[in-house]
Design a protein. Structure first.
Length: 85
């Protein structure tokens, strides 16, 4: 997604799905945004509170790194059984 300039902006445990072939899929692109070829960041605060990156909360904008932060929160939740925050 990021290579195509797409930011999901709401990666959370509830937005991952497993199909009948046991393949993991990402869903719910309702808050997704196209970053395009520019490096200008989207500054809208959106997403699920337990998964928001610090830069989003500080209104510094969404970037691919924000999705990576959210993915880290998902992995933490899967490993520990609780959200990190």
């Amino acid at each position: 997604l990021h290579l195509k300039g797409i930011l999901h902006r709401d990666l959370k445990l509830g937005n991952f799905f497993i199909n009948e072939n046991m393949e993991l899929k990402v869903g719910d692109f309702g808050l997704a945004a196209c970053q395009g070829i520019s490096d200008q960041k989207k500054k809208t605060i959106c997403g699920t509170p337990n998964y928001l990156a610090p830069e989003v909360l500080l209104r510094q904008g969404h970037g691919p790194e924000s999705d990576v932060w959210s993915l880290g929160c998902v992995m933490y939740t899967l490993l520990c059984g609780n959200p990190p925050f």
